[in-house]
Every structure is written in C-alpha cells, then in structure tokens.
Design a protein. Structure first.
Length: 406
C-alpha cells in the first residue's frame, strides 16, 4: 500500500467533522467542520495546516453536499480525495453492539449490522451510516473502516455489563451496558501509562472524560473493566445537558403524575437536564464565573456535578483495588482546574491529591498534577479521538494489505 494519509470522518445528524492526517508522522494536514446540514445557516470551516482558516456559508442540504463541500476545500489545498496518497477513510461509529470489538473494514454485512443496531442508538448510528454511504460514493475503491465508540468497553465482565433485570427480557431487546467514548478512554489510558513510563499492561487507570458528554472508566492493565455510560450515553456522570444516573422510577412518575410522554422525558433527560437543567448553563467556564460571583444555582449545579464525579472515582477505586493513576481529559477535564481540584478534595486517604501549583498551570500536553511522591498519579491527558481513529484505521488497512501480499 502506498498512501499514508487517512481521512477521519465523524458524521452527526446535522454536522460532519473531519481531519486529514499523515500517518508517517501523525501530522494533521487539514481539519474542518460542516455545520447545520439540512438547516438554514449551513457553513463550513476549514483549516489547512500552516495556512489561513477559511469559513464559508452556503446551502448544505444533506450529507452528500457536506462531503462534497469538504472535498472541494481539500482540493483547494492540493489534498483532494482522489490523491493516491489517501490510504483509507476512518469513520467514528457510535454503537457497535457486542459484535464489533475491533476496528472493522466496512462491507455490506458490516453496514447491515450497524443498521441493525439503530434501535439502541437511534440518534447516532443513522447519521454515521449516512456518512459512510456518502463517503463510499465519493471513493468507492478506497478501504473504509469503522471505529466503534463501544469497542473498548467490550472487555467489561458480565458483572459490570449486565443490568440486574430479568435476563430473558434484557437479552430479547439487547439491553445491557455498552459504554461510549471508548476511543477516548483507550487513547487516554494508554497515554497515561506512557506518561508514567510504564507499559499499559502494568497500569490501572481511572479515566475521567469530562466534555459536554461525560463518562468515567476503570481500566485494568489496558482493558476496560467498567464504565459509567450504559445502554445509551445517558447513564452515569452529570453532563452538560444529560442527567446521568437517576432512579428509573423518575420516568414512571413523570409519565403517570406529570403526564409526560416517553419522547418528552427522553428530551428532558438528554437535552434539558444535567448542568443546563440545574442552572441554565452547560459551559463550565460560565458556571465557574457565576460561582465566583456568588450565584447559588450555579454553585449547586457545580456541587452536584462534583459529588457524582467523586462517587464514581470511589466506585472505580473499589472496582480496581489498586489504582496507579487518575486521568482527566476532554473539554472540562483538560481545562478546568477547579473541577479537578474539587473532584479529588478530601480523597488524600486514598492516596489522591492535586498539587495546587501544577493544577493551575495551563498546558496543552499530557502532564502530572499530583504532588511529587504521591501514591496515585493524577494526570491531565488531552484526548485525541481523531488520531486514535486514524491510527487504528491505518494499522488495519496496512495489516490487510500485508496479508494480501503473503
Ligand atoms: P464534546 O463532548 O462536545 O466533544 P468537549 O470535550 O469539547 O465536548 O468539551 C466541551 C466542554 O468543555 C464545554 O461545554 C465547556 O463546558 C468545557 N470547556 C471548554 N473549555 C473550557 C475551559 N477553558 N474551562 C472550563 N471548561 C471548559
């Protein structure tokens, strides 16, 4: 195989994020985003490496138009999709169920299986499928690889993956805990081991992926043994707009007493809960500004967020037994020193502490923020899901290329 470039596509229902990477040195040749697909005010933002970013408004009625707009921008930089340098396209696919435990070269059977999983990922898998099908029409000859958000979590033991509900009913409807953000948890747990100068197999890590969506995972020796998201991304931590854990009876109560429909409650718990439901803001920067200004609702929202986070840290400490590192990642985890400090406050008895000075330093690389000699390392590790998707895609197409040669 000759090409060394991989195009990574993350297709949502109304947006497509893309990055073109050169896997010889891991450099980013271009990154971009097409937003508001099928809505008014569509636009594309495109940033070539070392060049001026470009932003354009225009009609983008569907994913086909979105990918053509992307292709045109790449063309302008001499990075067109028809280049022999392009080795493969890697797609982020949210739900891979139990079948997809590894990145997978996409064929008709794979597409059919992703489609079969739509009932458990009604928002994400259809958009991912549209992105794949559209990309296939642009370069039908090119290997396309699906990298699943659930794959890293398929190593969870049944004791962590099953809900304690009637087994036949659960199995009939594929109700179990799948977990999400797996590409990020895989990347960050490995990078944390690297930061400690140890092999991933020797290290137990609690990964806290705190973005707008948020999830925690317990990783033992490089394998996920528990994670906080479940059948869907709704379970677990308090998030920007999602409630995370609630008593399931809240739903029956809202149906019976609040006379709300299943769809209304779905929207309530996924879009109007979490930080935004508690205080009207979901951006941690704004919440901290309000807390510092003495705003009580923002304070309560922050405290609920931290309380939940601390409970998961304690739970995963118990699940792992021995913890070598706690790693903070994603928008909040990488940038919010107050969240990191509050999440670990009072956990000195578990060997967990944050050094105030190190925590306050802003940086963009992986770094330790625990005091020297701490029993458990605390790290800030920027996630890079696109790099991980590109690396897995490239490794897979190179592997199959080699097999064909032998
Ligand atoms: P997504 O889940 O959308 O991928 P990100 O990982 O990009 O999210 O995280 C986005 C969130 O990160 C924002 O909603 C905001 O709360 C938080 N964030 C970003 N920058 C900062 C910052 N400097 N300080 C605190 N929080 C931040």
């Amino acid at each position: 195989m000759s090409g060394s470039r991989v195009l990574v596509l993350n297709s949502g229902s109304s947006s497509v994020k893309y990055q073109l990477l050169d896997m010889r040195d891991g450099s980013r040749l271009a990154v971009g985003l097409v937003e508001r697909i099928g809505e008014s005010g569509s636009r594309i933002k495109h940033s070539p490496a070392g060049g001026e970013s470009r932003e354009r408004n225009g009609s983008v009625p569907d994913h086909d138009a979105a990918l053509k707009a992307m292709a045109a921008e790449l063309d302008r930089d001499g990075l067109g999709l028809d280049s022999p340098e392009l080795a493969a396209i890697g797609h982020r696919v949210v739900h891979g169920g139990l079948r997809f435990t590894e990145p997978t070269v996409i064929d008709d059977a794979v597409l059919a299986e992703i489609e079969r999983l739509i009932p458990v990922a009604p928002l994400h898998n259809p958009a991912n499928l549209t992105g794949i099908r559209t990309a296939q029409t642009l370069r039908p000859d090119l290997p396309q690889v699906a990298v699943f958000d659930t794959a890293f979590h398929t190593t969870m033991p049944e004791s962590a993956a099953r809900y304690a509900i009637d087994v036949e009913t659960a199995d009939a409807h594929r109700v179990r805990r799948y977990g999400f953000h797996g590409t990020s948890h895989a990347y960050v747990s490995r990078e944390t081991a690297r930061l400690l100068g140890r092999a991933p197999e020797d290290v137990n890590v609690i990964v806290l992926h705190l973005g707008n969506g948020a999830s925690a995972s317990a990783v033992r020796g490089g394998r996920c043994v528990d994670t906080s998201m479940g059948l869907t991304p709704l379970e677990g931590l308090v998030m920007g707009t999602r409630s995370g854990d609630t008593d399931p009876a809240v739903i029956f109560h809202l149906m019976r007493v609040g006379e709300m429909s299943a769809d209304e409650i779905d929207t309530l718990l996924n879009k109007r809960s979490g930080l935004i439901g508690l205080c009207g803001d979901n951006d941690m920067r704004e919440i901290r500004r309000r807390v510092d200004a003495g705003d009580e609702r923002a304070r309560l929202a922050f405290d609920i967020y931290i309380h939940r986070l601390k409970k998961y840290i304690g739970a995963y400490y118990a699940v792992l037994g021995r913890v070598d590192a706690v790693a903070f990642t994603a928008g909040v985890g990488e940038n919010s020193a107050p969240v990191r400090e509050a999440a670990l406050a009072g956990l000195e008895g578990l060997g967990l502490a944050v050094d105030g000075g190190l925590n306050a330093v802003r940086g963009d690389g992986a770094r330790l923020i625990s005091p020297a000699g701490a029993r458990v390392a605390v790290a800030v590790v920027p996630t890079d899901e696109e790099m991980e998707i590109a690396a897995q895609t490239y490794a897979l197409v190179n592997d199959s290329g080699n097999q064909n040669l032998t």
